[in-house]
Design a protein around this ligand. Structure first.
Ligand code: GLC
Length: 676
C-alpha cells in the first residue's frame, strides 16, 4: 500500500483519489448526536453540547470538525463532567434586535465576538445566522430571523457572517429556503410562485452569499414546491451555485435519513446529524449503479475544502477562555442600539436619576434574554430590568419587587433536560389586585410594566394570549395607568418579546412603549440606560406591527389555529393533505410586510416598518445622484439616526454615528447589490 498521503490545503484531489468508497460515504455523513447529547450521556467529544460533527479519516490526516449553534451566541454545555471549569457563552440579543439596530458595523462586531467564542471553545462552524423572512408574525422562530424585508435581512446576515468568519471560523446561513413556519416543519410544502420566491425568500440569501461568502449553507427541513429543499437540485445547484456563484458546502438541517442519494445528486454535501444507515445507503447505491461515484466525489471534495479551512485542521489550540467581559459590553451596546422607542408622550423619557419606579410584570424581574430551541444560549448571567435600573440610580419600589420575586420563585417552570438544553418560557404572570396598583401609585414616581412573550423552534405562535394580550395583562395596563395617571404620574410599557404582538387596542393608555425584543444577557442594563437617558434610543422596526392579525395577507395561509402535533417527527408525512400543515400556499405573493401595508387602500399598520423614535430630532436631505443623504441633529441631545429608502433607484439604508446637537453626517445608503 503506497505511503498514505496526508490531507493538505493543496492536495485535496490527490487525497480524493486515495479514499475508498466507504470512506467517501463516511465523509459526507455526520457523526450523529454524540456531541449534542454528551452532557446527558457523558460521551467523550471535543466540545460537549455542540450540535454535530463530521467523521474523521485518520489514515489520510482528515480530522473530524465541530459544528455548533447558534445565532444569539454559541450553544455548548456550560459544565463538563470531571471539570471544575465552566464554558458559558455570551448571550447576545436575538436576530430581530440586531436588524433593529440598522447598524451593520454593530452587527459585524457582534458576529466577531460570537465567532471568537466559537474559535476559543473549539467550534469550527457556527450554525448561524438564521435568516428566513418574517412572512407571518406567528412563525415560532422569527426571533432568530431578521426582517420582513429581504434587503435588511440580507445585509444584516452578510454583516453577521463577515464578523464571525473574521475569526477564522465558518458560518451556516439558514434555513435555505422558504422555511417560514414551524408547524410540521419536516414535511410542510412551501408552495411559492418563482418570481415571489426569488424576490422575497431567496434574495436575502443571495445578498449574504454574494457579499459575505459564508463557508456553508444549511438546507431547510421543508419541501419547496413539492421537493424537499435538501434534494432540490434547482435550489442547491442551479440557483445557489450556478447563478449566485456559491462555492462552499451545503449541509442538511438536523434530519433523519431521507433519500441520501438524491440529496447528493442535488448538491447537498453533508448529512447532519448523520447516521450509519446513510453511509451504507450511499455505498450500496454506488455499487448498484444507482448513484454516480462522480456525484459523490463532488460532495466529498467540498467537505474536504471546508475541513482544510477550519481551526481544527490547522491545529489551533482553543484557549477555552474567551473574554466574556468584553463580549458582554458588545452585547449591551448592541441591545442599546436595537431597542426601539415606539411611543414617548410629551418627552416622558428619560427619567432623572433618583426617581422611584413601581415595576410591574414578571418580565421586569425575569428578563427573557432570548428564544428557545437551538437558538438558546447557556449564558453566565442575565441582568434583569430591576437590577439595571438600580445601577442607573433609578430606585425600584421594594414592596412590589418582593411580591413579584416571591411569585416567580413559586412559579418556575419545571426544569427538564430539554429545557436545560433548549431554554424554557418564563413563569406565569402574577395577578395584580387593583389596590396594589393604587398603593404603588402613592409610593412611586412612575410605573414600568413589562409584557413578556416566549417562542421558539418546533412550534408556531397563536393568537390567544400570545399575539393578543391576555385579559390579565390588559387589566394590569388599565389599572396601573388609571392609578398613576390619576396622580399625574407616568407609565412605561416594555415589550420583552421575540415576535410581533397586538398593540393597537392598548397603546393609547401608557405614556411610553419601549420594544426591548429579547435583548440578551445585558438587556436589563441596556433598557435601564435608555430609560435614564444615558443612551438615546436609535432602533427602528425591521417588521410591521399590524392593527389586526387578519390584516396580514398571509394570515389565511398560516397555521395560527393549529394545535395538533403535525409530523414533528422526521418520520411520516401523515398530514400532507392538511392545508397550512402539509402544505402552505404563499397566495399573498409579494404582499409581505410594508410591501402590502404601504400600498394605497391597504389597512394602516399600528407601527410601520422602519418606525422608531429618538430623544432628539434630525433633518435629512433628499438623496443625491450617488445615493448620499446628509443628516443633521437639530435637537438638544446627541443621537443616531437611520435613513431608510426601501423603493426605487435610491433603495437602501444607512445609520449615522452619534451626532452631537447641530452636527451633520453624510451617509452613502447601503444599496441593494446588483444581483442579476
Ligand atoms: C435544528 C435547527 C437548526 C439547528 C440544528 C442543529 O433543528 O433547525 O437551526 O442549527 O437543528 O441544532
Amino acid at each position: 500500500m503506497a505511503q498514505n498521503v496526508t490531507l493538505r490545503q493543496d492536495n485535496i484531489d490527490e487525497v480524493l483519489s486515495e479514499l475508498t468508497l466507504k470512506e467517501k460515504a463516511t465523509l459526507v455523513v455526520g457523526a450523529g448526536y454524540k456531541s449534542m447529547l454528551a452532557g446527558m450521556f457523558g460521551f467523550k467529544v471535543p466540545v460537549p453540547g455542540a450540535a454535530g460533527m463530521t467523521r474523521a479519516i485518520p489514515r489520510l490526516g482528515i480530522p473530524a470538525i465541530v459544528l455548533s449553534d447558534g445565532p444569539a451566541g454559541v450553544r455548548i454545555e456550560p459544565k463538563r463532567k470531571g471539570s471544575k471549569d465552566t464554558f458559558y457563552c455570551t448571550g447576545f440579543p436575538i436576530g430581530s434586535l440586531l436588524s433593529s439596530t440598522w447598524n451593520m458595523e454593530m452587527v459585524e462586531m457582534v458576529g466577531s465576538a460570537i465567532g471568537n467564542e466559537a474559535l476559543e471553545y473549539g467550534v469550527d462552524v457556527l450554525l448561524a445566522p438564521g435568516m428566513n423572512i418574517h412572512r407571518n408574525p406567528l412563525c415560532g422562530r422569527n426571533f432568530e430571523y431578521f426582517s420582513e424585508d429581504p434587503l435588511l435581512s440580507g445585509k444584516t446576515a452578510a454583516a453577521y457572517v463577515r464578523g464571525v468568519q473574521s475569526q477564522g471560523v465558518g458560518t451556516s446561513v439558514k434555513h435555505f429556503a422558504a422555511n417560514n413556519q414551524e408547524t410540521n416543519r419536516f414535511w410542510n410544502d412551501s408552495r411559492v410562485d418563482e418570481a415571489v420566491l426569488r424576490e422575497i425568500y431567496l434574495s436575502n440569501f443571495e445578498i449574504a452569499v454574494r457579499e459575505a461568502k459564508p463557508w456553508t449553507v444549511m438546507a431547510s427541513y421543508n419541501r419547496l414546491n413539492g421537493v424537499h429543499t435538501q434534494e432540490n437540485k434547482w435550489l442547491l445547484t442551479d440557483v445557489l451555485r450556478d447563478e449566485w456563484g456559491f462555492d462552499g458546502l451545503v449541509m442538511t438541517d438536523w434530519t433523519g435519513q431521507r433519500n441520501t442519494a438524491h440529496q447528493i445528486e442535488a448538491g447537498c454535501d453533508l448529512m447532519e446529524p448523520g447516521e450509519k444507515a446513510q453511509i451504507n445507503e450511499l455505498v450500496k447505491k454506488v455499487r448498484k449503479g444507482e448513484l454516480k461515484e462522480s456525484d459523490l466525489d463532488i460532495c466529498v471534495r467540498r467537505v474536504m475544502e471546508l475541513i482544510v479551512k477550519t481551526p481544527t485542521f490547522k491545529g489551533y489550540r482553543p484557549s477555552l477562555s474567551p473574554d466574556l467581559k468584553v463580549h458582554a459590553e458588545i452585547a449591551r451596546e448592541a441591545a442599546e442600539e436595537g431597542i426601539v422607542l415606539l411611543k414617548n408622550e410629551k418627552g416622558t423619557l428619560p427619567f432623572a436619576k433618583g426617581k422611584s419606579v413601581a415595576l410591574f410584570g414578571v418580565g421586569s424581574y425575569q428578563l427573557l434574554a432570548g428564544g428557545t430551541g437551538s437558538g438558546h444560549v447557556h449564558r453566565p448571567y442575565i441582568v434583569n430590568l430591576d437590577e439595571g435600573l438600580e445601577k442607573e440610580g433609578i430606585h425600584v419600589l421594594d414592596f412590589l419587587a418582593s411580591q413579584y420575586k416571591d411569585h416567580i420563585n413559586k412559579n418556575q417552570p419545571k426544569k427538564t433536560f430539554m429545557s436545560g438544553m433548549l431554554g424554557s418560557p418564563g413563569s406565569t404572570e402574577m395577578p395584580l389586585p387593583q389596590e396594589t396598583a393604587l398603593l404603588a401609585s402613592e409610593k412611586a414616581d412612575a410605573a414600568i410594566i413589562t409584557i413578556s412573550r416566549q417562542a421558539g423552534e418546533g412550534g408556531d405562535r397563536h393568537l390567544e394570549g400570545d399575539f393578543l394580550l391576555t385579559d390579565l395583562e390588559k387589566g394590569i395596563i388599565a389599572d396601573v395607568c388609571n392609578a398613576f395617571h390619576a396622580r399625574g404620574k407616568k407609565v412605561v410599557v416594555v415589550l420583552n418579546i421575540g415576535g410581533v404582538i397586538e398593540t393597537a387596542s392598548w397603546k393609547d393608555l401608557p405614556d411610553v412603549i419601549l420594544l426591548a425584543w429579547q435583548p440578551g444577557q445585558e438587556g436589563g442594563n441596556a433598557l435601564a440606560r435608555i430609560i435614564s437617558g444615558a443612551v438615546n434610543p436609535s432602533g427602528k422596526l425591521p417588521v410591521t406591527f399590524p392593527v389586526d392579525y387578519f390584516d396580514i395577507p398571509s394570515s389565511k395561509n398560516f397555521p395560527y389555529d393549529y394545535h395538533g402535533k403535525g409530523s414533528m417527527t422526521a418520520g411520516k408525512d401523515k398530514d400532507k393533505d392538511v392545508r397550512n400543515v402539509g402544505y402552505t400556499e404563499y397566495e399573498e405573493g409579494f404582499d409581505v410586510g410594508y410591501r402590502y401595508f404601504g400600498k394605497p387602500g391597504s389597512p394602516k399598520a399600528s407601527y410601520e416598518f422602519g418606525f422608531g423614535l429618538s430623544y432628539t430630532a434630525f433633518e435629512v436631505s433628499a438623496p443625491d445622484k450617488n445615493n448620499c443623504v446628509t443628516v443633521t441633529n437639530t435637537g438638544k441631545v446627541p443621537g443616531k439616526e437611520v435613513v431608510i429608502i426601501m423603493e426605487g433607484v435610491h433603495a437602501g439604508f444607512g445609520k449615522t454615528h452619534l451626532l452631537q446637537p447641530g452636527e451633520s453626517e453624510t451617509l452613502q445608503l447601503n444599496s441593494v447589490i446588483k444581483t442579476n
